[in-house]
Design a protein around this ligand. Structure first.
Ligand code: SIN
Length: 308
């Protein structure tokens, strides 16, 4: 393997010591913005699914850039799954079904018959309605619209870092409720929605989580968060009323940070393009501007750990 010097961005220089390169580099990583995302070249994910060194390189780049992009990955579904499983066991999805031959390879297929209003349309971190939200995902494009259908990712470490100090102090120790019912459930008939909620009760997570591998602090509220659970305490509630108004305003403010372009990268898909993201430190948004064109994506989501 040859050593390359492609990681010259300020992003790479500015990353915490824990995620600075320690493995030999054979993959070229071209940063796409100053804060998030790099395009890799000189590697096949099929090879990386079988090669410990290549996988270790990609894992380290993922911790640095938070989302990695690759073109021309003409890999099999088995290779897609094998690569993703190196990151951890795959999870299924209660709403989007898996490929029958590859459990955990979730099909996100949209065509003429898909109702435009049911398209994905909120910035989110996958699965925060679970106790253990996804660690990350490997998403491959099978068919792309001629134009449109891009995906946006957001660096939520940067979003936390740039918060005003008084907000950082205010949200320390805060916890939020996350709900599948309020999002995926919203388009379902009442009975189905109740069944979904019974199967996936709301989860509660810290508003600021710590990345288990890099130690970075992450702003961890997204489109699935409905409310804070400990904004009000016995000390600040008076006669059962809100003594410290503004909880929902604060939640809206925090959630809206993900919409700031300086924290984002936007990726245009082609068939066999792949994105690999760290779901713990990012949010994403699949832009729904392409109906009635067809867009077919296959996603291997990886089971995560409990945020702390
Ligand atoms: C997702 O939310 O995981 C899917 C993203 C996409 O289809 O671009």
């Amino acid at each position: 393997m040859s050593q390359t010097t492609s990681q010259t961005s300020s992003l790479a220089d500015g990353v915490p010591a824990l995620v600075r390169p320690s493995v030999r580099r054979s993959i070229k990583a071209e940063p796409l913005t100053c804060t998030i995302g790099a395009e890799l070249s000189g590697v096949s994910l099929g090879d990386a699914s079988r090669d410990d060194d290549l996988f270790a390189e990609i894992k380290e780049l993922l911790l640095t850039y938070k989302v990695l992009f690759l073109r021309d990955q003409d890999i099999t579904r088995a290779e897609h799954v094998a690569f993703a499983e190196r990151l951890g066991p795959l999870e299924d999805h209660p709403v989007a079904g898996s490929d029958p031959d590859h459990p955990g390879l979730v099909r996100i297929y949209k065509d003429l018959d898909s109702k435009p209003e049911h398209y994905e349309n909120a910035l989110h971190t996958d699965g925060t309605w679970r106790e253990n939200p996804s660690l990350g995902a490997v998403l491959r494009c099978v068919e792309s619209p001629p134009v449109g259908g891009d995906t946006v990712w957001v660096n939520m470490v940067e979003a936390y870092r740039r918060l005003p100090e008084h907000i950082k102090i205010q949200i320390e120790g805060l916890r939020a409720r996350h709900s599948i019912e309020a999002t995926f459930g919203a388009v379902m008939p009442m009975e189905t929605r109740h069944k979904l909620k019974a199967q996936f009760p709301d989860a509660e997570h810290p508003v600021v989580r710590t990345h288990p591998e890099t130690g970075e602090k992450i702003l961890f509220v997204n489109g699935f968060a409905t409310h804070f659970v400990n904004f009000h305490t016995p000390q600040n509630v008076r006669f059962g009323q809100d003594y410290a108004p503004g909880a929902s305003h604060l939640l809206n403010y925090l959630t809206s940070q993900a919409a700031i372009p300086e924290y984002q990268v936007r990726w245009r898909w082609q068939p066999n393009s792949v994105a690999i993201w760290d779901n713990r430190s990012t949010q994403h948004y699949a832009v729904q501007d392409y109906w009635p064109a067809v867009r077919k994506m296959e996603r291997a989501g990886i089971v995560g750990d409990r945020p702390f």
